[in-house]
Design a protein. Structure first.
Lengths: 351, 338
C-alpha cells in the first residue's frame, strides 16, 4: 500500500486487494499462520462468550466490557512479530483481552479478571480494561482514551536508555488521535528516536463518533507527517499483511531505532462497549456491520490457509470447537474461583 | 554538616543520586542545556550527558508519560516541572495513571518516579504561577507527597523520594529557595545545616518538631513551617512558648508527632499557604478532633490563604496568603479560649 495515501475503509476493500496482499515473495509459513489462525479463533470465541456472560449477568462481569471481535488480526499479527528476548514489549487500551491472549497469557486468568475474581491477572482489581502480563511484556490496558500513549514513550525510552534493540508497540484507536497527549508523545518519540511502533487500530468510530465527524483530516496516518515520522496504512483484516508488514517494520526499527506509525484499517463488530450494544444504530447501520463482516479476519485467514493447503475443513471445525471449549473452561475456572478476600482491598496501593 | 541554601541542597541531592544509581535520569523543560530554569541542574548536562539530562518540548503530559513508562521498565526518572502549576496539563498522567497503575494491575508493576518542581506562592507571579496545589496530589491513593521546609530536608526528602518505589510528588518551596545560610540561622540557629553524608535521607512519612514549646502547637509544612518559626520567635517575645511541628510529608501523613505535641500543649493551630476550603489543614484539623478532642483546651484554629486566584498587585498579594502575624493572631485566639 502506498504511503501517505488514504485507503478505502476495510469494509469497502475488495477481494482483489486481499489477494494482492497475499502474493508474497517469502514462502508461506504454514505453521506460523495456522498458529495465528488458532489464536484469532480463540480470541473470537473468548470475546463472544464474554458478551453472552455479560448479558447473563451472573458471572461477575460488570462495568465496561469492550470486545475485540473483528480486530483480531492486528493483535495476533503484531504481537506475533515481537521477540521478548530482545526486550520487546507492548501496551494497550481498554479493548485489551485480545492482546493478552495473543501474547499467550493464560485465558483463565484473563477471564477471571474480567469476572473480578481473585485468580485474575490483576487480582480482580482492574477488570476488563486493565488486563496485563508483566512476564510477557504486556504493560497493560488503560481506560482513558489516549492515556496509554505517553506511557509507551517511556517504555521505548527505557529500551533506548538501556541500549537494547527491542521495540515497544503501542496500540490505540482512532479516538486517541484527538487527545493532546498523543501529539506530545509522537513529537517527542520522533525527536528522541525512541523505538515505539505506534499501531492505530482504525475501526472507524470513537465510541459513536465516526472519523468524518471527529477528524478534520480523515486521512489519519497522514497526520503524523507533521512529526516527520515514517508511517504506513495497511489492511488490518488480513493476518498475512499485518504480520509481514509488522515484521519488516520491527526489523527496520532494530537496525535504525526510530518510531513508526502503522495504521491498520479494521472494524469492530460489537458496540463500543457491551453496555451500549443496543445504541449502535444511532451511528451506523446494521447493513454496514454485515458488510464489514464480509471481510472477517478469521474468514480471510481460513481462505488463505485452505488455498495454501495448510488446513482443511475438518481441522477448521476442530479448532473452533477447541476454542469454544477453552473459552468455556476459562469461564468455568472463573466461576469456581474465589472473590478477592476483603483484606485485598487495601493491598497493592503502594509498592 | 555544611551550611547551604535550600536550592543548593536540592542540587546536591540530585547530583548524589544520579551518581549513585545509573538508572536515575532527569527529564523536563530547560533542565539540560539551559542549566535548569532556576539552575537546580547547573552543569549537569556536561557531566552526565544527554541521556541522563533530557531537555523536552513544553509537553508536560509527554514528560510524565515518559517518566511513568521508564519507571515501569525499571528506571528511576526524576521529572521536573518548571513550576508545579504546569503539572496540571499532565494531571491525567499523574492522577489517573502513575497513581493507579500498581493497584489496578494487582501489584504487577511499580512506578518509582519523582515529579518535582518549585511550588507555592512567590512574589507577584500572580494567578497561574503562584499557588499551592498539594491537595490535588494528596487526593490520589498511590501517590506520595512531600513538602520539604528546610535545606536538610530539601536534600533528605528528595533523595528518599528518588529511592522510593512509588510515584512521589516533591513540592519544593520556591519562596525559601534562595535564603542565605545566615538568614536561615537567624530564624533559628542551625537551620541551614545539611548533612554531607551521601547516604543521608529523610524517611517519608515522619514529621519533625522544628522547635519545642509548651503553650501551643503550630502544625504546618513547606514555606509555612518557616513562617511558623518566625511566628514562634515573635510569640517568645511575649512569653508564649510555641512548639512547631513540620509535617515534612503530607502523604503518607504522620499524625502521631503532632498529636503527641498537642497532648503536651493542649492547643493547636494548623497553618497552610493554600486555600483553606477542603485543604490539607481541614484534614489535619479533622484528625485532631477525632483523635485528640479531649486533649484540647481550645478549638483547633486554622490559618490559610484567601480563597481567590492569586492577585498580582503586591498590595493584594500580601493579603492573600498567611504571614507570621496571622499565625500569632490565631495563637492568641487559641489561648483566649478557656
Amino acid at each position: 500500500m502506498a504511503k501517505g495515501t488514504a485507503e478505502a475503509p476495510a469494509t469497502e476493500a475488495g477481494d482483489a486487494e486481499i489477494s494482492a496482499n497475499t502474493v508474497t515473495e517469502k514462502p508461506f509459513d504454514r505453521e506460523k499462520y495456522r498458529r495465528f489462525y488458532e489464536q484469532m479463533v480463540h480470541i473470537r470465541e473468548f470475546e463472544e462468550l464474554c458478551a453472552v456472560a455479560f448479558k447473563k449477568g451472573t458471572h461477575g462481569i460488570g462495568g465496561y466490557l469492550h470486545l475485540y471481535s473483528g480486530e483480531e488480526a492486528i493483535a495476533c499479527g503484531i504481537i506475533g512479530a515481537l521477540d521478548r528476548s530482545k526486550g520487546d514489549c507492548f501496551i494497550g487500551h481498554y479493548r485489551d483481552h485480545g492482546y493478552a491472549l495473543a501474547a499467550g497469557s493464560d485465558p483463565n486468568e484473563v477471564m477471571a479478571e474480567i469476572c473480578g475474581k481473585a485468580t485474575g491477572c490483576s487480582k480482580g482489581k482492574g477488570g476488563s480494561m486493565h488486563i496485563c502480563d508483566a512476564a510477557r511484556g504486556f504493560y497493560g490496558g488503560y481506560g482513558i482514551v489516549g492515556g496509554n500513549v505517553p506511557i509507551a514513550l517511556g517504555l521505548g525510552w527505557a529500551l533506548k536508555y538501556k541500549k537494547l534493540d527491542g521495540v515497544c508497540v503501542c496500540f490505540f484507536g482512532d479516538g486517541s488521535m484527538n487527545q493532546g497527549g498523543f501529539h506530545e508523545t509522537l513529537n517527542m518519540a520522533q525527536l528522541y528516536r525512541v523505538p515505539v511502533l505506534f499501531v492505530l487500530e482504525n475501526n472507524g468510530y470513537a465510541m459513536g463518533t465516526s472519523i468524518e465527524r471527529s477528524h478534520a483530516n480523515p486521512n489519519l496516518a497522514s497526520r503524523v507527517e507533521s512529526y516527520a515520522m515514517k508511517y504506513d496504512t495497511i489492511d488490518g483484516q488480513n493476518i498475512v499483511t499485518v504480520h509481514e508488514r509488522a515484521t519488516e517494520i520491527v526489523e527496520e526499527m532494530r537496525r535504525n531505532p526510530a518510531p513508526f506509525f502503522l495504521e491498520c484499517k479494521t472494524y469492530r463488530y460489537h458496540g463500543h462497549g457491551a453496555a451500549d450494544e443496543a445504541k449502535q444504530t444511532v451511528y451506523r447501520s446494521r447493513e454496514e456491520i454485515e458488510q464489514a463482516k464480509q471481510r472477517d479476519p478469521l474468514v480471510i485467514a481460513e481462505r488463505l490457509l485452505l488455498e495454501q493447503g495448510a488446513i482443511n475443513d475438518e481441522e477448521i471445525e476442530r479448532i473452533r470447537k477447541e476454542a469454544l471449549a477453552a473459552a468455556e473452561a476459562s469461564l468455568k475456572f472463573s466461576d469456581e474461583s474465589p472473590n478477592p478476600s476483603p483484606d485485598e482491598l487495601l493491598k497493592d496501593v503502594y509498592a | 554538616m555544611a551550611k547551604m541554601r535550600y536550592i543548593d541542597a536540592l542540587t546536591l541531592a540530585l547530583k548524589e543520586e544520579i551518581e549513585r544509581d545509573p538508572n536515575v535520569f532527569i527529564v523536563g523543560e530547560e533542565v539540560a542545556q539551559y542549566n535548569g530554569t532556576i539552575e537546580v541542574t547547573k552543569g549537569f548536562l556536561e557531566k552526565y550527558g544527554p541521556l541522563r539530562l533530557v531537555d523536552t518540548p513544553i509537553s508536560e503530559a509527554g514528560i510524565i508519560g515518559l517518566g511513568i513508562g521508564a519507571a515501569m521498565a525499571g528506571l528511576r526518572p526524576v521529572c521536573e516541572m518548571m513550576r508545579m502549576d504546569f503539572a496540571l496539563p499532565a494531571y491525567d498522567q499523574i492522577a489517573q495513571h502513575a497513581a493507579k497503575i500498581r493497584y489496578m494491575f494487582g501489584g504487577q508493576f511499580k512506578v518509582p518516579m519523582v515529579v518535582r518542581g518549585p511550588s507555592g506562592v512567590v512574589n507577584q507571579l500572580s494567578a497561574q504561577h503562584s499557588q499551592s496545589l498539594e491537595t490535588l496530589f494528596c487526593h490520589c491513593p498511590g501517590l506520595k507527597v512531600v513538602t520539604p521546609a528546610t535545606p536538610a530536608d530539601a536534600k533528605g526528602l528528595l533523595k528518599a523520594a528518588i529511592r522510593d518505589d512509588n510515584p512521589v510528588i516533591v513540592l519544593e518551596a520556591l519562596k525559601i529557595h534562595f535564603l542565605k545560610p545566615d538568614q536561615w540561622d537567624h530564624i533559628q540557629p542551625g537551620l541551614s545545616e545539611v548533612p554531607e553524608d551521601p547516604e543521608f535521607v529523610t524517611p517519608l512519612g515522619q514529621a519533625q518538631v522544628l522547635r519545642e514549646g509548651k503553650d501551643v502547637t503550630l502544625i504546618s509544612y513547606s514555606t509555612m513551617s518557616i513562617t511558623c518559626l518566625r511566628a514562634a520567635n515573635l510569640l517568645a517575645q511575649e512569653g508564649i512558648s510555641a512548639e512547631v511541628v513540620d509535617l515534612r510529608s503530607l502523604l503518607p501523613l504522620d499524625m502521631a508527632t503532632p498529636l503527641a505535641s498537642i497532648k503536651k500543649t493542649h492547643r493547636a493551630v494548623v497553618v497552610q499557604e493554600q486555600w483553606g476550603l477542603y485543604g490539607c489543614g481541614a484534614e489535619i484539623s479533622a484528625q485532631i478532633s477525632e483523635r485528640a478532642f479531649y486533649d484540647l483546651d481550645a478549638p483547633v484554629q486554622r490559618v490559610a490563604g484567601a480563597f481567590v486566584p492569586m492577585p498580582y498587585s503586591k498590595a493584594l498579594e500580601t493579603l492573600a496568603y498567611p504571614n507570621e502575624n496571622d499565625v500569632v493572631a490565631a495563637v492568641k485566639r487559641a489561648l483566649a479560649a478557656k
